[in-house]
Design a protein around this ligand. Structure first.
Ligand code: ATP
Length: 307
């Protein structure tokens, strides 16, 4: 059984009159990527910064690596690494100089080359931070977070503002952290990111965790099922879907069947593909986007706002 690295119980943080975090509970296990996912203002940063001993909880309990966040700040800070939201470094220092600076603050003497090589930053070691692309800046930030050899890393919105390619490259770096045996706590408002990276996730909204579990569990519980959409459709197609789908939705020229059972999807496809009629067929798998919109009644846009 993997060990529990973080335990949060009924954690509350208020900034009067705002209740930023409202009695949340979750655990993070050793070696996993755990995500807190939700729109701006949901309470993600507050939660993470309490775990990093940067803010004090109003009530409830939180422990990190067995240490209490309110009493054991030193012990916790020694063992964790963090890349904060809107991370930046000394613009005019090189990557190597920025990383060395952190090593000196932590009073550690790491194998700099292996850390930089591990994350593909060795070639860029003598480049000034200001000259790096957005994705490389985040990667340098992750190197800085790694330099004290922490067992646990907090990455707060690590890909916000990056273009899709740089985001995907950052995902590879985060996956590499897991293969190095690190435990990663990630916050994000990008549903696809959470789906791609997380072993488990907690959906946070309005300071409350409204669902948590593995991505598969969340999608199968709240994703709303697999949809087969056919357009145009005839009476026979409608009959097949009526007989097999849990729900059928008709629009002007298309029809959609919703399924909760994959075997039934297979049977339905076999029946539909047997038809002579020419039509267009789409299979739409549920995603974390569907999970969030079913739970919170809205979508989160690119900037993290609920719409
Ligand atoms: P974002 O990505 O926008 O930071 P978040 O999910 O990380 O979103 P938090 O930053 O934790 O959310 O904010 C949760 C709530 O607490 C918001 O309503 C925010 O305005 C409020 N809040 C956060 N920090 C403070 C503070 N220092 N003083 C007052 N209110 C705060």
């Amino acid at each position: 059984m993997p060990e529990e690295v973080i335990r949060v119980e009924n954690l509350v943080k208020t900034y009067k009159p705002v209740v930023a975090v409202n009695s949340i509970s979750f655990t993070v296990k050793e070696g996993e990527i755990f995500s807190l996912v939700g729109p701006n203002g949901a309470g993600k940063t507050t939660t993470v910064e309490i775990l990093e001993c940067l803010r004090t909880p109003t009530s409830g309990k939180a422990s990190v690596l067995g240490y209490d966040v309110t009493h054991d700040e030193k012990e916790i800070k020694k063992r964790i690494g963090a890349m904060p939201q809107d991370f930046s470094a000394f613009e005019r220092l090189t990557v190597r100089e920025n990383v060395e600076l952190i090593a000196r603050i932590y009073q550690v003497d790491p194998d700099l080359r292996s850390v930089l090589e591990e994350l593909g930053m060795w070639e860029a070691r003598d480049r000034r931070f200001e000259s790096l692309s957005g994705g490389m800046k985040r990667r340098a930030g992750i190197c800085m977070a790694l330099i004290s050899n922490p067992v646990l890393l907090f990455l707060d919105e690590p890909t916000t503002g990056l273009d899709p390619q740089a985001r995907k490259e950052t995902w590879d770096v985060i996956r590499r952290l897991r293969s190095m045996g690190k435990t990663v706590v990630l916050t994000s408002h990008y549903m696809e990111e959470v789906e791609q990276l997380s072993d488990r996730a907690a959906v946070i909204y309005g300071g409350e965790i409204i669902a948590q579990g593995s991505v598969d569990e969340l999608i199968s519980a709240y994703g709303g099922g697999i949809r087969i959409r056919v357009s145009p459709y005839n009476d026979e197609i409608e009959r097949v879907l009526m007989e097999t789908a849990q729900k059928v939705v008709r629009e002007d020229s298309s029809i959609e069947g919703v399924f909760h059972d994959r075997i039934q999807v297979g049977r339905t496809l076999a029946a539909l593909y047997g038809q002579d009629e020419k039509y267009h067929l789409d299979i739409v798998e549920p995603s974390m986007d569907n999970v969030f919109s079913r739970l919170a009644g809205g979508r989160v846009d690119e900037r993290g706002e609920l719409i």
